[in-house]
Design a protein around this ligand. Structure first.
Ligand code: AHG
Ligand code: MN
Ligand code: MN
Length: 365
């Protein structure tokens, strides 16, 4: 088979690094290690129910255990988490990491050197889809470790990770669908790589991903509609009203229940995704997590010309308060996200809100 002229991930990263003559190459090395973890996860996921008969040992793993989110961990959640850690901890590029599957930050073992970056990840997003053979993915975000951590070499704490999305150095996701893809931003637009199964290499197939500003497609879990706040209800009602309603056009709806797969669809053809803050559970102001779901996807969206928001403020401006903080998330085509933000900003009858979620409440984003 002729070697294609498409760039590999390594070539792309080397070219990006040339923009910064002083760069050490550590970020590139870290991203390449993350990409290897993603390739390993892609293989593990692809074996499905045959995993054990193909040497993937799931015995003794926490299948059935409840993680820090109060959600059931699948064996593949645990395996994917391990793959991220084992592939990145040794390199000397990380001061620490944090993941959906670990309550506390992970300390780099003492026998490895420590570095200047923090890695935050959702090792397997959409894992409830694993048993039904629907696309899942991994999401990652790279931050700089605070100077004090780098200088002292001290253990990382939760506070070190509580940086706004604007502080991200790089972010992206891998999608394990009919093909495996890696979508990445290092702050210079968004690029997509397709895993060439013959070479085991990510090849640049989507060199300049842009989210169309307008769309006629939305994604939201409508089973939660009775808990939605009025601005969200208004937006969805107007979409559903279609051509004869205030929007004057018909809308289509999709819900995969893998946020990473929805994000990918939106990057490819536009759309708007909402998992808004709602009144379902006062302890959970939103379903998705700020540091390893909303922020990395938000960074990718903004770099692709889309927008990401809490509904009330730009996602990337939110100062995190805890490692596993949940938040209302709206992202996708710019004009739709801005419309949803306008609906939130417009005055609405206070009586429509449950008291805990009133405008000046504890749970305001
Ligand atoms: P995770 O598998 O990492 O816990 O995340 C699942 C998330 C997200 O991917 C998806 O959009 C959402 O949960 C699905 O929510 P519903 O179950 O309400 O559809
Ligand atoms: Mn997730
Ligand atoms: Mn997950």
């Amino acid at each position: 088979m002729p070697l294609s002229k498409r760039q590999t991930l390594t070539q792309y990263l080397i070219e990006q690094r040339r923009r910064f003559p002083g760069a050490s190459g550590e970020l590139n090395a870290l991203i390449l290690d993350v990409s290897i973890a993603c390739k390993a996860i892609a293989r593990a996921v692809a074996f499905g129910a045959l995993a054990e008969s193909n040497g993937l040992d799931t015995s003794g793993l926490a299948g059935g255990a409840i993680n820090v989110q109060g959600e059931q961990q699948k064996p593949l959640d645990v395996i994917s988490n391990e793959m991220f850690m084992r592939q990145t901890e040794w390199s000397g590029h990380l001061a620490g990491m944090a993941s959906e599957e670990m309550e506390q930050p992970y300390q780099i073992p003492a026998d490895y050197p420590r570095g200047k970056y923090l890695l935050v990840f959702d090792p397997l997003d959409g894992s409830s889809n694993i048993d039904v053979n629907v696309s899942v993915g991994s999401i990652f975000s790279i931050l700089r470790a605070p100077q004090a951590v780098v200088e002292s070499g001290r253990a990382v704490t939760e506070a070190d990770f509580l940086q706004p999305g604007t502080a991200q150095v790089a972010a992206g996701y891998a999608l394990y669908g009919p093909v495996t893809m890696l979508v990445l931003t290092v702050g210079n637009g968004v690029v997509g790589f397709t895993l060439d199964p013959n070479l085991g290499e990510f090849k640049l197939t989507h060199p300049n991903i842009r989210v169309p500003a307008d769309t006629q497609e939305f994604a939201i879990n409508t089973s939660n509609s009775r808990f939605w706040e009025p601005p969200v209800k208004r937006y969805v009602d107007e979409c559903l009203a279609g051509r004869t309603g205030p929007r004057g056009k018909d809308f289509n709806m999709r819900w995969i229940a893998s946020m990473v797969a929805e994000a990918h669809r939106i990057l490819m053809r536009g759309g708007v995704f909402m998992y808004p803050r709602d009144t379902k559970d006062a302890a959970k102001p939103g379903r998705l997590r700020l540091l390893y779901e909303a922020n990395p996807i938000g960074f990718v969206m903004e770099q692709a010309g889309g927008r990401a928001s809490t509904g009330r403020q730009p996602m990337l401006g939110v100062k995190p308060s805890t490692l596993h903080q949940r938040i209302g998330l709206v992202f996708g085509s710019k004009n739709e996200v801005e419309r949803i933000e306008r609906y939130h900003a417009e005055p609405h009858p206070a009586s429509d809100f449950a008291p805990l979620f009133a405008e000046r409440s504890l749970f305001r984003d």
